[in-house]
Design a protein around this ligand. Sequence first.
Ligand code: ZN
Ligand code: ZN
Length: 161
Amino acid sequence: MDEIFEGGCFCGGVRYRMHGRPMFIHCCHCTDCQRQTGGAFAINALVEADRVELTQGEPVAVAMKTDSGFPHDIYRCSECQTALWSDYGRRKWMLFIRVSTLEKRAEFMPDVHIFTRSKLPWVQLPENANAFEVYYSTKEMWPATSLERREAARIRAGASR
Ligand SMILES: [Zn+2]
Ligand SMILES: [Zn+2]
């Protein structure tokens, strides 16, 4: 049985469960994340969409423009507008859960820090942190089990990417 992690929005209108631990965790210091969150960075847990179970409410997708040209949908509570997760590239089969919406957020340390070129200067990363000026190679950085999970989820969804 997978561990279950509970999460939800600020007002409590949306509640969800994440089944099992994420495949990989990003701490993103890009300027888009900074502006969209109003914070120094966003912490995103990458997880298969079918491991996220809504138990209350239904978040609504808000489309964001990106430099890559791929759509980026942020799913928010329709009442309090808390961002619960993102679907980068509108893949539908992989979600980027905003870690701070999980009750046990402290359990999920970032595996990588990305876009550190725009990291705020007063944010100090841990000495052994995996930090990347921009992005990183999934094949090189993800554990083998996570790569397998990712590929299995893509195939289950019948997706090409
Ligand atoms: Zn809410
Ligand atoms: Zn970002």
